[in-house]
Design a protein around this ligand. Structure first.
Ligand code: MG
Length: 358
């Protein structure tokens, strides 16, 4: 029989190796597989849903997060986190003038977003005053919603413009009162650890099925009378809908997270759920895991004699957390009082255990 090996030295070695290798890890390539390789993982099968008709909203794909299906605003709050004041009428969400923007509870990064909207009829106002609203990706980057049917305004402010930056390739607007669709593919900007921009946000938009933005690159967040530079932000932020004082209507809103962002499903925990997990966990061999809460997130310091590394922990549930910079996961075993006896941490596919120290 083998003697139990101290697990932490190998863990620390794995971690160090991961960190050294991470910057050089390349994206999966077609050349990672032999052509027609039977072993190559097949894409997951989903139900693609149905398209909408003028009278009836369609059904979202089975792997989408449904943001609004006509029944409730459960996934939405006002910008300050309070009750959203937009109204649901006959299964349709309507902007209530002066009620403020609404935003999703859940945060999103790279995504495919489906939006259906209709401008008020009869039309009132002119230029930017007619049927104005907007879809703010990450709450920062606006795809303009405007009644652009026989309504002249500046090109970078009409329907399907990336407001203040890119006009749509064509004006594919329908008359006010008719349902219109946006199908948006969004790649969020990337920032390095110092907050420097690595790559800008890119947006593709199909307006009523017509390509109107093709990988358009944003120079920064949406601004009026200004083009502000990028400021580093989280990988995921809530999506918001604009109140511009017009009763624009929305229906059938859904979103599909893309790429790695789809795996990092993060929720926000209250500090009273986080604090009971703070403490020191003994992993054997003189090694330990120390959980602290320096701010809104827990941090894990993995220590071995002569070496210590610390990482922010992002919550997947009340008990399960992940590390963004490499594939690390922690699961706490909670007692009825909310504190934890033990933490299981999985790094590089291997599970380790840490026992809570008194
Ligand atoms: Mg707008």
């Amino acid at each position: 029989m083998h003697a139990a090996r101290p697990c932490l030295p190998r863990l620390v070695a794995t971690l160090s190796l991961l960190i050294v290798l991470l910057p050089s890890v390349r994206a999966a390539s077609v050349f990672d597989w032999r052509q027609h390789d039977w072993e190559r993982p097949r894409p997951k099968a989903i139900d693609p849903g149905t398209s909408s008709t003028p009278d009836k909203p369609g059904k979202a794909p089975s792997d989408a997060v449904v943001l609004f299906d006509g029944s409730s605003l459960a996934g939405w709050v006002s910008l300050d986190g309070g009750e959203p004041k937009w109204v649901i009428r006959d299964g349709v969400l309507e902007c209530a003038k002066g009620s403020g923007y609404i935003r999703t509870v859940q945060a999103f990064g790279d995504c495919q977003l489906h939006v259906e909207w209709a401008a008020p009829t009869p039309p009132e106002g002119t230029s930017q005053g007619r049927g104005n609203s907007g879809v703010f990706l990450m709450g920062l980057y606006e795809v303009q919603v405007l009644d652009s049917h026989e309504n002249r305004t500046y090109a970078d402010g009409q329907a399907a413009a990336l407001y203040g930056q890119h006009p749509p390739l064509v004006n594919a607007s329908r008359p006010p009162g008719q349902w219109q669709t946006y199908d948006i593919v969004f790649t969020r900007p990337r920032f390095d650890e110092q907050g420097q921009l690595l790559s800008p946000a890119r947006v593709t938009v199909l307006h009523n099925g017509v390509l109107v933005q093709h990988e358009s690159e944003l120079v920064g967040p949406t601004g009026w009378l200004e083009r502000a530079p990028y400021r580093a932000h989280e990988n995921k932020l809530p999506l918001s809908l604009q109140d511009h004082g017009n009763p624009v209507r929305y229906r059938n809103l859904w979103i599909r997270e893309l790429g790695r962002d789809a795996q990092d499903q993060e929720i926000t925990l209250r500090t009273q759920d986080l604090d009971p997990l703070v403490g020191r966990y003994d992993a054997g061999g003189g090694a330990s895991l120390t959980i602290t809460r320096p701010g809104a997130l827990l941090h894990a310091a993995i220590a071995y004699p002569g070496k210590s590394m610390s990482f922010p922990l992002h919550a997947r549930s009340k008990d399960a957390f992940f590390i963004r910079s490499f594939d690390g996961q922690l699961t706490f075993q909670r007692r009825p009082d909310g504190t934890a006896d033990e933490v299981i941490f999985r790094i590089g596919g291997e599970d380790r255990r840490g026992k809570r120290q008194p």
